[in-house]
Design a protein around this ligand. Structure first.
Ligand code: G3P
Ligand code: MG
Length: 243
């Protein structure tokens, strides 16, 4: 019997194997066979940095709110295993269109600089189709759409709206990214009826991975890429995101 298809998206790289959102974590995800990778991006002190939390303590040896720091201070920190907090540009250069990259925008104010950076890299040959920008902040997604309507958008949500995935279609999104805690059959079917892909976060347990496959999800964000890659086919297409 042929293997079923379910897209593996490495969560913060491969965060259950390496320090999250570092270049080491991204390389680990690629090594484990992930064709797509998710990272979190914030605009701080005029720079786009790859970081998840509002505060520094959980993942670095620094202290305080991320937004209050200088870029110089952030770059001096240990983000785990001697790795520094990478910039979005460093991640894009490391991946170099070899994998799909999901840039999740945290906070606000990152939309315009992210679009500018992507335009620069695309002018140098980067494949725009491999990039997918997502956010819980749908105003940021709307701004991206306005600035460059060719960039794929993923609408993140933590809950179940009364009209299912209509909000994502209204945003002109490529995909909708529901939480494992809320996603159900009605939501998945509604997304597919509107032509949207469904990528569920964060799915680490093998039983949950299989449950998401049975529900008809197109892909899952996981800290254990090998658990998806081993049992589900990864279609090696040009954009990486078309499952
Ligand atoms: O993008 C999927 C997932 O990463 C969203 O939640 O908090 O892990 O960034 P969070
Ligand atoms: Mg994220």
């Amino acid at each position: 019997m042929s293997k079923p298809e379910l897209l593996c998206i490495g969560h913060r790289g491969a965060m259950m194997h390496a320090s999250e959102n570092t270049l080491a974590s991204i390389h680990k995800a690629l090594l484990l066979g992930a064709l797509c990778i998710e990272i979190d991006v914030c605009s701080v002190d005029g720079h786009l940095v790859v970081f998840h939390d509002e505060r520094l303590e959980r993942t670095t040896d620094g202290k305080g709110y991320l937004k209050d720091q200088t870029f110089e201070y952030l770059r001096s920190l240990d983000a785990g295993d001697g790795q520094c907090i990478p910039t979005l540009e460093e991640v894009l250069l490391a991946i170099d269109s070899r994998a799909g990259l999901n840039i999740e925008l945290k906070g606000s104010g990152a939309a315009a600089p992210v679009v500018r950076l992507i335009a620069e890299l695309v002018a140098g040959g980067y494949d725009k189709q491999t990039i997918l920008i997502s956010s819980f902040n749908h105003r940021e997604l709307s701004e991206i759409k306005h600035l460059d309507n060719e960039i794929k958008l993923g609408a993140l949500i933590r809950g179940l709206p009364v009209d299912d995935t209509r909000f994502a279609k209204d945003l002109g999104a490529f995909s909708v990214h529901p939480s494992l805690d809320f996603v159900d059959q009605q939501f998945v079917d509604d997304a597919h009826s509107r032509g949207l892909k469904v990528f569920v976060y964060t799915v680490n347990h093998p039983e949950d991975i299989e449950r998401m496959y049975q529900l008809g999800a197109d892909g899952v964000f996981t800290g254990f890429p090998e658990r998806v890659v081993e049992h589900y086919v990864q279609r090696d297409n040009a954009s990486r995101w078309c499952v």
